[in-house]
Design a protein around this ligand. Structure first.
Ligand code: ADP
Ligand code: PMV
Ligand code: MG
Length: 404
């Protein structure tokens, strides 16, 4: 570990899947965009031989002795070619932390993901460094906005950097650069490692969530192939969190079971999801660069696609009464809504046209809040994983408790 190094702060965004959730697990295309909500991870050196984690969103505070972790017989693994977390390895960590088998407690899953990534670094130089890991996330946990991927990407980026597997992006004080981004090959390494950690939270993740948390912006993702979408229109979205808890892992497993039981029914449905995604991409490409040009017909197509997609998601069994309630309530105002992420609760997105009356938006938000939901306007397409050199005033306030 570089002796000059004292602390690094990294952050990675959450995401919305515009089209293609679930189908993407079966190697169909999907479109995702980064959110303006991020997880921030602060990693600091310690002066003893312990490693500590503070993840307050899941009420996790724990520390372990690095020597005890070193004694576990963890198979050597190249962090640039990481092995998936095997059942044996996860059992070893569960035993070490006295977790119950098959636990789905968010805190337990976070511990497993952390230990998998932390100990994967041992093969770089045989060392496990004494460090403090403190997390602050703006993302609701387990609500379909990719909180797990945002955490996995932050941890992967920080650990690979601290162990010198990838370089810390350069900062030049003279330029007053606020944050730095890793090179393409280093981003690839971060993304690959984070995808393995996602397997602990998801079981069989497509990789779309960690990819968007790594690269940011908007992407078309299919079977591990990431294509940047340069011309995503300035989409204004209303995000509504039903606050109904659900597990991505359980929902994905449930769809899988149906898919293999009724392949002749589910295969064509997955192809329909794909057709919706491709039609949306075609419509993006037709959006004029000049905002004064008429786009009414194109927005009508977007709205049709949102409705069709939501109906397909309902058909595969991942909608929820609260999500249906949001669809109905927004449709009374001429707005179109679909769930985003794994469904079964979690979040919904409502498309806003450039000319949607601001008073209507306010009224809809108020109605949704009166039903007990959280609701806010959002912009998509911000940066992927970054390391912070200088914090903005807002970030300083946000991270006040993290930075000693
Ligand atoms: N801020 C956080 N702190 C600790 N663990 C987190 C945090 N955010 C996500 N996680 C982990 O990710 C899991 C949620 O992932 P998932 O079910 O995929 O939902 P999401 O749509 O938010 O990614 C949690 O159970 C927890 O283990
Ligand atoms: C349902 C799925 O397509 C997205 C899950 O997203 P989230 O974890 O609910 O944010 C699963 C996946 O792509 O791995
Ligand atoms: Mg997730």
């Amino acid at each position: 570990m570089d002796s000059k190094w004292k602390r690094i702060i990294v952050s990675a965004p959450g995401k919305v899947i515009l089209h293609g959730e679930h189908a993407v697990v079966y190697k169909e295309p999907a479109i995702a965009a980064s959110l303006d909500l991020r997880s921030y991870l602060c990693v600091e050196k310690r002066n003893d031989d312990k490693v500590s984690v503070q993840f307050p969103d899941v009420k996790l505070t724990a520390f372990w002795n690095t020597q005890d972790l070193k004694k576990l017989s963890i198979p050597k693994c190249d962090p640039l070619e990481p092995q998936p977390p095997s059942d044996e390895l996860l059992s070893l960590f569960r035993e070490f932390t006295q977790q119950k088998k098959d636990t789905t407690d968010p805190k337990d899953l976070a511990i497993l993901a952390f230990l998998y990534l932390y100990t994967a670094m041992q093969s770089t130089d045989g060392e496990l460094y004494p460090l403090d890991f403190k997390l602050m996330s703006q993302l609701p946990v387990g609500a379909g906005l990719g909180s797990s991927a945002s955490l996995s990407v932050c941890l992967s980026a920080a650990l690979l950097t601290v162990h010198g597997v990838i370089d810390q992006p350069c900062s030049s004080d003279a330029d007053k650069v606020m944050f730095g981004q890793w090179s393409a090959s280093h981003l690839e390494a971060i993304n690959k490692l984070a995808h393995q950690a996602e397997k602990i939270m998801h079981g069989n993740p497509s990789g779309i969530d960690n990819s968007i948390a790594t690269y940011g912006g908007a992407i078309r993702f299919q079977g591990g192939n990431i294509q940047k979408i340069d011309r995503i229109p300035e989409l204004r979205i209303l995000l509504t969190n039903t606050k109904v808890p659900r597990s991505t892992k359980a929902l994905v497993a449930d769809v899988r079971k149906k898919y293999y039981t009724y392949p002749e029914i589910f295969r064509p449905v997955m192809e329909s999801f794909a057709a919706v995604t491709e039609k949306a991409l075609e419509t993006f490409r037709m959006m004029p660069r000049d905002s004064s040009t008429e786009t009414t017909d194109l927005y009508s197509t977007f709205e049709d696609l949102v409705d069709i997609n939501q109906n397909l998601l309902k058909l595969i069994g991942v909608s929820h009464s609260t999500l249906e309630q949001i669809c109905q309530l927004t449709s009374d105002y001429g707005l179109h809504t679909k769930l985003t992420g794994a469904g079964g609760g979690g979040c919904a997105i409502t498309l806003l046209r450039p000319d949607t009356d601001p008073d209507i938006i306010e009224e809809v938000q108020e109605k949704l809040r009166s039903c007990g939901f959280d609701c806010w306007k959002t912009v998509v397409g911000g940066p992927g994983v970054v390391t912070h050199f200088i914090l903005t005033q807002q970030e300083q306030t946000l991270l006040n408790n993290l930075i000693s």
